[in-house]
Design a protein around this ligand. Structure first.
Ligand code: COA
Length: 171
């Protein structure tokens, strides 16, 4: 497939969506490269179909579909709040390994921004494990900046970096 001509359809998976198993398999395939790299292992290694369904219900699941309707990308969002007000948290962003580097991840991020703006939310957060410096660069190139660290239970060093993007009023 010619990457430059590839225009996946990014859509919010609504109530009729029944491709949760495909989303689980996409997540497992795209996070596989993190096995033995991130410590502790990604939560995707323990992810179940039931959890994918529950995560989709807890917020929104956005998918990127190829022309043959196969799912080539996904991201989950949920609206949270802290002392600075509400923000949209995105997690489990993934693009099929053979489709990476074609702009699909960026397209999913931009759709999350549109979703947040549409709901009057002007802040987006994402977390990346400290080891994944390519992902840090990816978020930074998309306008996110490091705001804090997170430490998993039982660890004595930061294990994740929290990134945040403030959305301009007029993009
Ligand atoms: C992180 C991830 C979602 C990025 O998805 P992606 O579709 O590869 O992302 P993009 O293609 O939009 O961007 C990646 C790079 O591809 C290149 N690229 C972007 N658009 C392109 C295009 N149209 N043609 C060719 N290359 C392109 C760029 O070099 C880009 O780098 P930059 O935008 O950071 O400068 C993907 O690598 C992934 O699924 N990784 C495994 C799971 C994971 O780590 N998830 C994130 C956890 S924090």
């Amino acid at each position: 497939m010619d990457g430059s001509a590839f225009q996946p359809l990014v859509a919010i998976a609504g109530g009729a969506f029944d491709q949760h198993q495909a989303v689980l398999e996409l997540l497992q395939a795209s996070y596989k490269a993190q096995d033995g790299v991130v410590d502790p292992p990604s939560s995707v290694t323990r992810l179940t179909l039931e959890q994918v369904i529950a995560d989709a219900k807890a917020g929104d699941l956005l998918t990127a579909e190829a022309e043959d309707e196969s799912i080539v990308g996904c991201v989950f969002t949920k609206t949270l709040s802290n002392e600075a007000g509400p923000y949209m948290y995105l997690h489990h962003l993934a693009v099929s390994p053979i489709q990476q580097g074609k702009g699909i991840g960026g397209m999913l991020l931009r759709t999350v921004e549109t979703l947040a703006r549409g709901r009057g939310i002007d802040r987006i957060q994402a977390m990346s494990r400290v080891e994944l410096v390519d992902n840090h660069a990816f978020f930074e190139r998309h306008g996110f900046r490091e705001v804090s660290f997170f430490t998993h239970n039982g660890y004595h060093r930061p294990t994740s970096v929290r990134f945040e993007k403030l959305l301009a009023a007029d993009p």
